[in-house]
Structures are given as structure tokens and as C-alpha cells.
Design a protein around this ligand. Structure first.
Ligand code: PMP
Length: 413
């Protein structure tokens, strides 16, 4: 319950050198400020619960931003990681080990088609590999969506459709056209037989959980097929159960040529994967790309544990049910600050009638819930896939008060 979630515990140390303010001050002196001052030092967690440096408990509706798919400290992940790091923590790409091979086989089986996998360490890197696959087609033009987010490395940034993030770093590589997201006609007009790839997110997560019209991805598939262009689905945020499907593209019946994965795949360990099918699978050949840590056995073992648990615990069904409970519950509050709730599964955006998302995030934290102001007027919810009904209900019970408090704090400014 919300009461339990906010109840102080005696499990975390509380002293002047390691409390919230002290850790934040040390952070400011030691780390680069690229994210702005973080809002909360966290020390440990269990499932969908997290504790701060002063022993205060929170229910986690951010999930490490859609990363901690099984929550914190899931026994299957702990066991897989411990056993693998003791057995064989790293091998260079001069050798092979069982976990990356098994994981690649599993991912291709989930996709339902033969192909090949490149492993790396993050979402941006998985997109970089897709970018290079695109270049190896011999074409250079690429098409991406306005508002899309594909990562911060230079190739991924070129595809990211957010000028504020791109402008300080121009010139960016590539010859990229950005088109309005969800508009199949605009896409058709931009894609030619010189276009190497089209990259799209099934749902634009960082842009505020923006869902395209039904049939958009299928139209993108038809358009790219007609021009011999690769369709890349960036499933870094939507993949591996987040929307209640193994892959969000599958829900739309769309088979992409390239699929990028990261975030939730290894339940919190760093990993990225680029899946390629058909001719796209044959383009990155010996000497064209690489990564020292890519395919690390520990991350791959964690990912195998995540995939096993999603299957054995029927989590795809669970995500759909919990997502509906959350979506309908938020909408059912009938709160004047809630304009709409959008998304799929456990990737939801509460669209507000006013740009008060930061205030909602703050009020939620004060009430013992972690949520994410992903846009000025959108609060993103991406809890662990294992979040329980009681935890969902705790947020729903507290939300009217949180939304009222956010409104009041805005009025008081
Ligand atoms: N693609 C998408 C769709 C993402 O949501 C993100 C991260 N938010 C990335 C790529 C980049 O991932 P990373 O931060 O791991 O580089």
C-alpha cells in the first residue's frame, strides 16, 4: 500500500556523510553535469521498491527508465549474474562463449525469423550498428521521425529528431531527412530508391510516449519494401515485454529488417543488441564493426534470465493486465489535470492539461512514488514488468492528492 511504500525503514544508513544532501553535494563536485542535478540518491531496492540514502521508501514507476524489467534484485538475475561472473566474466571477441550465442538464438527465435545479432552495450550503440548497416547498403540517405530519440552518439544523434539535442554538435554525419511521426504520406514522399534506411520507434518514448496511428508501421513496411530501403525499428524502449509483447512491432504485424534493443533486455545490466534479417544480416562482415564489451557473458546471462522469467511467469499477459489497470485507473480518476493517458502495456504517458509534469514528479516523490516528467506536460510511467496490482493501486490511491499538490504548487508560484 502507499502507507507501506512511504514507511521509513531501518535498513539504510543515515548519517551526515551519506544522507541525501551530502551525496548530492558530492555528486555535484565529482560528476559532469550533463543531466542537471539528480533529484534523489538511491541506495537499494527490492522488486518495485527503492530506498533513498535516508531510509525513505519509494514505489518505482520509472524502472531505471524502462530498464529494470524485473525490478531490483530479482533472484533469477542475481543468480545468473553471480554464477556467470564467477565462471567466466569476460572473453574477447577472439573467442566465443555460451551466453551470447544462446542469447542471439533466443532473440532470433522471439523475432520468429532467421537472422544475425550484433551485441554492444547501450541503445545508442545498437543504433550506431544499424546506421553502419545502412551505410553498407551503398546508399547514404536516411529517414527518421521528428521528435524521435535514438541516442546521443554522433550517428544516433543524427537520426534523433530533436534539434535542441542536435544543434550544439553540427555537422552531424549522414544525409538524414526527418518527417512528421505517424504521417505515412510524409514518409512516402521522403523515401526514394536512394534511401538506405528508415528508422522509427513503435512508440516515441522520450518524446512523451507518442503513439502513431494504427497501421502506420505497416505502411512504413510497405513503403520501404517498395524502394528496397531497410526498415529499422528502434525497440530500445518498447522491446522485451514493455508493451505486453516481446516486440512492439509484432503487435502491428511488422517484420523489420533491423531491430535495435537495449534498456530492459538484461534487467539492468548494460547491453545493446542489433538484430538484422535477410540481406541486412549479411552487411556487417569481418572487420566492419566491433565492441570490446559487446556480448559480455555476464550481461548476456542476465538477459537470458530476464527472457526465461518473462516466459515462465507469463509476464507479457501480466504487463497487459497491469497496464490496463493503470491506464483505466488513472483515466477513471476524472482529475481535471489529466487530459488523456496513452501508450501500451507498461509504457504509459499521462498527458496533462497544463505543463505541470515536473510538479507532478516532485509531488509524487514527496508522496513516495517515482514517476518521470518526460515532457513539460507528460508524466511517463514505466514500472518494472513485475509491478503488482497492490502497487498499482497504491499509486492510483495517491494520485488525486499528488495531482492536487502539483496544481497547488503551480498556483503558489
Ligand atoms: N533509442 C530509444 C528508443 C531510446 O529510448 C533510447 C534511450 N532513451 C536510446 C535509443 C538510447 O539508449 P542509450 O541511452 O542506452 O544509449
Amino acid at each position: 500500500t502507499a502507507q507501506n511504500a512511504t514507511a521509513p525503514t531501518d535498513t539504510a544508513p543515515t548519517d551526515a556523510a551519506s544522507g541525501n544532501a551530502a551525496l548530492t553535494a558530492r555528486w555535484q563536485g565529482a560528476l559532469m553535469d550533463n543531466y542537471g542535478t539528480p533529484r534523489l540518491p538511491l541506495t537499494h531496492g527490492e522488486g518495485a521498491r527503492l530506498w533513498d540514502a535516508e531510509g525513505r521508501a519509494y514505489l518505482d514507476f520509472v524502472g531505471g527508465i524502462a530498464v529494470n524489467s524485473l525490478g531490483t534484485g530479482h533472484p533469477a538475475v542475481v543468480r545468473a549474474v553471480s554464477e556467470q561472473v564467477a565462471r567466466l566474466g569476460h572473453v574477447s571477441n577472439l573467442f566465443v562463449a555460451e551466453p551470447p550465442v544462446a542469447l542471439a538464438e533466443r532473440l532470433l527465435a522471439l523475432a520468429g525469423r532467421p537472422g544475425r545479432v550484433f551485441f554492444c552495450n547501450s541503445g545508442a550503440e545498437s543504433v550506431e550498428a544499424a546506421f553502419k548497416i545502412g551505410r553498407l547498403t551503398g546508399r547514404s540517405h536516411m529517414v527518421a521521425a521528428e521528435g524521435g530519440f535514438h541516442g546521443r552518439t554522433m550517428g544516433a544523434l543524427a537520426l534523433t529528431g530533436q534539434p535542441a539535442k542536435q544543434d550544439p554538435f553540427r555537422p552531424l554525419p549522414g544525409d538524414v531527412t526527418h518527417v512528421p511521426y505517424g504521417d505515412a504520406d510524409a514518409l512516402r514522399a521522403a523515401v526514394t530508391t536512394d534511401t538506405a534506411l528508415v528508422i522509427l520507434e513503435p512508440i516515441q518514448g522520450e518524446n512523451g510516449v507518442v503513439v502513431p496511428p494504427g497501421g502506420y508501421l505497416a505502411e512504413a513496411r510497405a513503403i520501404t519494401r517498395a524502394t528496397g530501403t531497410l526498415l529499422v525499428l528502434d525497440e530500445v524502449q518498447t522491446g522485451i515485454g514493455r508493451t505486453g509483447h516481446w516486440l512492439a512491432g509484432q503487435a502491428e504485424g511488422v517484420d523489420a529488417d533491423v531491430i535495435t534493443l537495449a534498456k530492459g533486455l538484461a534487467g539492468g545490466l548494460p547491453i545493446g543488441a542489433t538484430l538484422a534479417f535477410g540481406e541486412a544480416a549479411e552487411l556487417l562482415t569481418a572487420g566492419t564493426h566491433g565492441s570490446t564489451f559487446g556480448g559480455n557473458p555476464v550481461s548476456c546471462a542476465a538477459a537470458l534470465a530476464v527472457l526465461d522469467t518473462i516466459a515462465s511467469d507469463d509476464l507479457l499477459r501480466r504487463v497487459k493486465a497491469a497496464g490496463e489497470r493503470l491506464r483505466e485507473g488513472v483515466w477513471g480518476l476524472g482529475h481535471p489535470l489529466v487530459d488523456r493517458v496513452r501508450g501500451a502495456g507498461l509504457l504509459l504517458g499521462i498527458v496533462l492539461t497544463e505543463p505541470l509534469a515536473p510538479q507532478v514528479q516532485r509531488a509524487a516523490q514527496d508522496a513516495g512514488f517515482l514517476v518521470n516528467a518526460v515532457a513539460p506536460d507528460v508524466v511517463r510511467l514505466a514500472p518494472p514488468l513485475v509491478v503488482g496490482d497492490a502497487e498499482v493501486d497504491a499509486l492510483l490511491g495517491a494520485l488525486p492528492g499528488i495531482l492536487d499538490a502539483a496544481d497547488t504548487s503551480a498556483a503558489a508560484r
